[in-house]
Design a protein around this ligand. Structure first.
Ligand code: FES
Length: 162
């Protein structure tokens, strides 16, 4: 009888230790996982996009998906527009046949200059800082924005003369 009771006690201790060890290992694993958070890919905020000669007049969409910008060249300058609609933040599409950006969410329209002309968007698209890097490539800096309605499009950093 005492033998059976002793065996039962030892089995209980073994089960307890097994549960305790399992919980400890799980907790340790959670701590180790906490030390190595998931990598988040953030595109750079400053980057080169090639020399001005690589851009034809009009809207260049090559950097829309990766960098969320349009590069727009006209007869005397290059500007870099944000692809964020100034209504509620959707991404408009460039409709080359209509020569306008059209937002799929609520229908706002913007000229290639970024100026809004239809729909609920309350103001033009924003420009990012643009300049020339020492190697002659266009350098975009998304840490600085320029808003037309604040008179910031006359800032020499908001366009690149060509
Ligand atoms: S988010 Fe573009 S029109 Fe509403």
């Amino acid at each position: 009888m005492a033998d059976k009771s002793r065996r039962s006690f030892l089995e209980s201790v073994a089960v307890g230790w097994t549960i305790f060890t399992g919980a400890s290992v799980a907790g340790l694993a959670a701590c180790v996982r906490f030390m190595f958070p998931n990598d988040l890919f953030e595109p750079p905020t400053q980057f080169k996009i090639g020399p001005p000669e690589d851009f034809a007049e009009g809207v260049d969409e090559r950097f829309k998906d990766l960098n969320s910008i349009w590069v727009v060249k006209d007869t005397d300058k290059i500007v870099v527009l944000s692809t964020v609609c100034t209504h509620l933040g959707c991404t408009p599409n460039w409709l080359s046949a209509d020569l306008k950006f059209k937002c799929p969410c609520h229908g706002s329209g913007f000229y290639s200059t970024g100026i809004n002309f239809e729909g609920p968007a309350p103001r033009p698209l924003e420009r990012f800082k643009v300049g020339l890097a020492p190697d002659g490539q266009i350098l975009v800096d998304k840490t600085r924005k320029f808003q037309q309605e604040l008179g910031q499009w006359s800032d020499p950093d908001s366009f690149l003369p060509v």
